[in-house]
Ligand binder design. Structure first.
Ligand SMILES: [Zn+2]
Length: 311
C-alpha cells in the first residue's frame, strides 16, 4: 500500500522494506525504504534528478532488488525517479508545461513556488536527515561522460574510489546541485557521480554504479562489511575542468572519445555552421576529455567538450 510521505520523520520506523511515494501533484515520487537494525546510519541513493539519465535509475533498481537479500545495519532510501515529470518526457529539465526548470540547480527549493522548486523542497525535506547521499547522474541525451567519482570532502575519497574505473573528482561548488547542498550540512557524506549518457543506457556503467553503491554502503556500515575491502585510490584524479562552448548555433560532429587525452590545438571535430559550411574545430585546452557533446545540434552557449586537468 502506498502512503503519502512528506518528511524524513514521517517515514515508517519499523524494520523491513517499504515501497512508498510522495505526491507532488500531479506526480508521484517513488520512495523505496528499507530499515535494518536501526535507522542510522542512513544512506540515500538518488537517480533521475534529470529525466534523461538512465544509468543511475537502472543501478538504483538493481540495488533495491539486492538489498532485499542483505541484513541491513542501518537504513537505505532509494529514490530511483526524483523528477517523474522529466522522466516521463525523457528530458533533462522539468517539462515546460510545469516550469521548465533544472531540478539539479534548484535545491534546497522553496514551498509555495513553482513546481520544480516545490519538488526540490520536498525531496530535500525527505533526505536532509540522512547521513550519506549518492546522487547518480549521466550525460543525458546531449552528452557522453567519462566515469566521474565525485566527492566533496577529502575524507570521502575512499568512498569515491569504490566506483570502478572512474576518475576521482572533487566536485566544484555549484549552488542548487543536490549533492553540493547536502555536502554543506556538517558531518554529511555526499557523493555525486557521472557516467555514460548519449540518450541510451550505458549498461556497463549502470552495472558498475550498482557495484559501487553496494561497496559504499558497506564502507558506511549501512550493510555489514565482509572482510577488509580496502579500495585502492591510486586512481587518476581530475582537478580543474574547462568547458569549450560555442557562441553560435550549429552542428558539432565530435572526433574524440571520453577518457582520452587531448592537447590544445588538437582537432576535436567538425563544425557545421548555419549556412552549412564545414570547418574543423580544435581544442582550446589540454587534459583529459571528461565529456563530449554527442547530440550534434547545439545552441549558442552549449559546451562541446569538457576537459579536465589531471592532478
Ligand atoms: Zn544529471
Amino acid at each position: 500500500m502506498k502512503t503519502p510521505i512528506a518528511k524524513f520523520g514521517e517515514l515508517p520506523q519499523r524494520r523491513g522494506r517499504h515501497r512508498l511515494s510522495m505526491t507532488i501533484a500531479p506526480e508521484q515520487v517513488p520512495i523505496y525504504w528499507q530499515i535494518g537494525q536501526s535507522i542510522h546510519p542512513c544512506a540515500v541513493v538518488t537517480a533521475m534528478v534529470h529525466g534523461d539519465e538512465f544509468e543511475g535509475f537502472v543501478a538504483a533498481l538493481d540495488v533495491w532488488k539486492w538489498v532485499r537479500t542483505v541484513d541491513l545495519q542501518g537504513s537505505l532510501m532509494i529514490l530511483p525517479v526524483c523528477n517523474p515529470a522529466a522522466a516521463q518526457a525523457a528530458t533533462r529539465h522539468t517539462p515546460t508545461r510545469y516550469d521548465g526548470l533544472n531540478l539539479a540547480r534548484t535545491f534546497p527549493g522553496v514551498t509555495g513556488s513553482s513546481y520544480t522548486q516545490q519538488l526540490a523542497h520536498a525531496l530535500w525535506n525527505l533526505i536532509r536527515d540522512a547521513d550519506a547521499l549518492i546522487d547518480l547522474h549521466s550525460g543525458g541525451v546531449g552528452y557522453d561522460y567519462a566515469r566521474l567519482a565525485g566527492y566533496y570532502r577529502d575524507t570521502d575519497v575512499d568512498l569515491a574510489a569504490c566506483f570502478p574505473k572512474a576518475f576521482l573528482w572533487p566536485v566544484p561548488a555549484t549552488p542548487g546541485v543536490l549533492s553540493y547542498e547536502f555536502s554543506r550540512i556538517k558531518g554529511k557524506v555526499s557523493l555525486g557521480w557521472e557516467c555514460g549518457g548519449e540518450a541510451r543506457l550505458d549498461r556497463a556503467g549502470a552495472d558498475d554504479y550498482a557495484i559501487a553503491v553496494k561497496r559504499v554502503l558497506a564502507r558506511l556500515g549501512v550493510v555489514a562489511r565482509k572482510g577488509g575491502g580496502r579500495v585502492g585510490h591510486s586512481r587518476p584524479r581530475i582537478g580543474r575542468t574547462r568547458r569549450q562552448t560555442c557562441s553560435t548555433a550549429g552542428w558539432f560532429l565530435p572526433e574524440l572519445t571520453v577518457g582520452s587525452r587531448i592537447k590544445r590545438g588538437q582537432v576535436i571535430g567538425q563544425w557545421i555552421k548555419p549556412d552549412l559550411r564545414v570547418r574543423e574545430l580544435v581544442s582550446r585546452h589540454s587534459g583529459i576529455v571528461i565529456a563530449v557533446r554527442t547530440l550534434p545540434r547545439v545552441e549558442p552557449g552549449d559546451y562541446l567538450v569538457l576537459v579536465g586537468e589531471l592532478v
